[in-house]
Each structure stands twice: as C-alpha cells, then as structure tokens.
Design a protein around this ligand. Structure first.
Ligand code: T4K
Length: 378
C-alpha cells in the first residue's frame, strides 16, 4: 500500500554494506596475532590476489583511496600537458590532473550513456595532449573501442576512471581490461568497499613494479629511493574488511537488480522521467546507482524542484554530478569549459538525479519513493 506520509527516518541516496561484527572481530584477531598493521601485510597480499581474480584482470595494486590511485596512474604513465576528460564526473577526476600539473580539457558527453563522447575527442587533440581520461559514469561502460581507436591513431594513453564500475563486464571481459590503466574506488558508498580504498589495474608487469614503488614513496629498498613517490598504501584493517566484503558483493548486486526492476516498473511510463542506464545487452552492469533524468518541459517540474520536494518526505536524493566540473571556479576559465563546447553535458547536468539505491531498501520503500516522485507531476 502506498502511503504518502514522509518516511519516518531519512532515506539517504545510499548506505554502505556492513559485514557482521563477528566476521570483523575474527579478522581483527588475525591482524592482532600477526602484529602487522600496514605496509604490504598478509591481508593486503591476499586481497590483491582475490581482487585480481574477481575483477578478471592481469595485475592489480591496492591503494588507500581511488583519488590517490588515479594520481599515481598519471605519474606512472608520465602524463603531462593536456588530458582530455569529461566534465560529468566527481571532482576527483579533473583534480588528479591538476595535482599532476596537467590541464584538463573537457569534452562533451554522449546523451545516452552520459560518458565522454568518443566522436568528439579527436577535435580536442592538440600537440600537448598526452592522454584521454574517461569515466565509466554510474558503471555504464564508455565506448572503449572508439576511444582506443582515437588513442592509437594519435599515440595517446588511455586511463579509465572506473570508480563506479566494480564487477562491470563487456562480453564477459572485466571492465578493467580496457585502456592502459583503470582505477576502481572502494569507498564506503560503493557497491564493493574497503571502508576507504581503491586500486589500479592494468596488463603490464613492469607497470605494476613502477606503480607499487610510486605508492610507497619510491622506496626500492633500505638503501635506495628511486622516484618521488607518495603514500598510497592500504592498511591491514581496510584490506581485511575488503576480504570480507568480497563475500557480500554479489548478494548486494542482486538486491539492487531487484530494486532497479521495481523502479523501472513504476517509472517506465512516466512522461518526462527517464531511468538510466541504457546499455548494450552484452554488458553486465553492477546497479551501484539508480539515476533518472527529468525533462522539466514534459514532467512539469524541474530536477531542482524534485530534489527539494523529496526532502519534505525525508528522501535525500543527490544531484550526481551537478555542478559540472567545467563550472567549478578552478576550471571555468578554461576554453574547453565554455557552455558552447559542452551542450549535452550542460543539459544533463540540469536533469540528473540519483535516487536511493542500496540493498537494505525494501521493495515497498522503492514503490513509495516512486509514488512520491509521481505526485510531483504537474
Ligand atoms: N572518480 C569518481 C567518478 C568518483 O565518483 C569518485 C568518488 C572518485 C573518483 C574518487 O574515489 P575515492 O577517492 O572516493 O575512493 C561520495 C564518495 O565519498 C565518493 O567516493 C564518490 N566518488 C562520490 C560519488 O560519492 P559524497 O560527498 O557524495 O559522499 P557523502 O558523504 O555525502 O555520502 C553519500 C551518502 O551516503 C550520504 O548522504 C549518507 C550515506 N553514507 C555515507 C557514508 C560515508 C552513509 O550512510 N554512511 C557513510 O559512512 O561523495
């Protein structure tokens, strides 16, 4: 039964998956016995092995978060000058470029996938371009073939920000197998997490050696420091929680698939609401997020109205990703940030809304969220 009273407690856009305290205590006991808390301990080693298998990738290096991982990815490939990226992403994506003294060049996005528009990349290449940094936004894969084709023709590197794409596959291939390096985020709000954490994945053994040096201050041994590295290490407690969470991820994904189905049933016929993603059949998605686009002209209410009105019902949605990165004060002076350069992204940035999505939500909760949304129609 649908009841349009506000929810008693706040419904957040997401909630982390928690393992049982017993499981955590058991693993903590192992750590206490080992007397090893960080710096490449046994939990870290085992998690690297387990994730390499689960993500179906050749090499993987763990990190203390996805942002530091992406910074190290740029360093490891010696990127410089300009890197072409998307404005429709979390702040971390362009910021890692700035932290590497690289200028982000914003390219418009595709109106269906909301990922970088591979057809527009070529026109943004200059003699200073060294790479393409694309984001599989909300876990929807980029056009990996077209991106690789442009990169190959111009001798550019390809880095994927796969922060949202844990477990996503194209035709049975792990999403981390495309481009030169991919970054995964294991932040608490992700489908799979290590509380805070992340990883770089790639197919090159020498690159792993370099990445592992870079994440540990460049220390080769007690006598030699061979490059200006950083501290990107994942500690043993986070690694142990990550090992436990591997046992939860598929169950959580299945729960979200069921919830996404209800969202779809309830919203498919609502004019002016479009449930994302639209994806090719050979793609295995992870359903980490539930994103809609609201066309104000048809729905009768703007995204900002819906976002505010939901709060009256104790539903805290999020405008991922508004504002666009190209509108941040630190980037809006760039030539590529001009609205004329980013027509699709500027429309999408005004339309998107992330609805609550996490396994603990009930099907009734989702039906009620949809009923509330439909009640806003004008
Ligand atoms: N690239 C992309 C494309 C990314 O989306 C991200 C991160 C990165 C790179 C960088 O990766 P990391 O360095 O973070 O590993 C959250 C996450 O903090 C961030 O990891 C994520 N993207 C981004 C999309 O979402 P906020 O500022 O929206 O998080 P916050 O604290 O508002 O949390 C969202 C909701 O989750 C809250 O309203 C309530 C709930 N929540 C959150 C936490 C932390 C809980 O219930 N419990 C919790 O412990 O950034």
């Amino acid at each position: 039964m649908t009841n349009l009273e506000p929810f008693e407690k706040i419904i957040f856009v997401t909630r982390p998956v928690f393992p049982t305290l017993e499981e955590v205590t058991e693993k903590l006991q192992d750590i206490w016995n080992s007397k090893w808390l960080t710096n490449n301990g046994p939990q870290h080693t085992m998690l690297e092995r387990e994730l390499t298998e689960s993500l179906k990738v050749p090499y993987l290096s763990l990190f203390n978060n996805g942002t530091i991982a992406l910074m190290v990815a740029c360093q490891s490939l010696r990127l410089s000058g300009e890197v072409i990226t998307t404005p429709f992403t979390f702040a971390a994506t362009p910021h890692v470029l700035s932290w590497n003294n690289i200028t982000p060049i914003f390219c418009d996005v595709d109106k269906e996938t909301m990922n970088i528009d591979a057809d527009k990349i070529e026109s943004m290449i200059t003699p200073h371009t060294t790479a393409i940094l694309a984001v599989h936004v909300f876990g929807t894969p980029c056009d990996v073939e077209k991106i690789q084709d442009v990169a190959d023709r111009y001798g550019l590197r390809v880095v994927y920000d796969a922060a949202h794409a844990f477990g996503v596959e194209i035709n049975g291939r792990g999403i981390g197998n495309f481009g030169d390096i991919s970054m995964f985020s294991f932040h608490a709000t992700k489908l799979y997490h290590t509380v805070e954490g992340g990883a770089l994945v790639h197919g090159d053994k020498n690159l792993k050696r370099r990445i592992d040096l870079l994440k540990n201050f460049g220390i080769k041994n007690e006598e030699e420091v061979v490059m200006p590295g950083i501290n990107g290490k994942l500690n043993e407690i986070c690694a142990a929680i990550g090992r436990i969470m591997l046992g939860y991820v598929e169950d959580e994904r299945q729960k979200r698939i069921r919830l996404h189905k209800i969202y779809n049933e309830e919203l498919a016929d609502v004019d002016g609401i479009k449930l994302m993603p639209n994806c090719a059949a050979d793609v295995k998605l992870n359903y980490q997020y539930c994103v809609i686009r609201i066309d104000e002209k048809i729905f009768g209410r703007s995204r900002d109205y819906v976002y505010g009105a939901f709060k009256n019902f104790n539903v805290y949605t999020r405008k991922y990703f508004h504002p666009l990165c190209s509108d941040y004060t630190c980037y809006r002076q760039l030539n590529s940030s001009r609205v004329e350069n980013l027509p699709v992204a500027n429309v999408i940035g005004q339309q998107v809304l992330s609805l609550p999505m996490y396994g603990e939500l009930t099907e009734d909760d989702v039906r009620k969220i949809c009923a509330i949304l439909k009640s806003f129609r004008r």
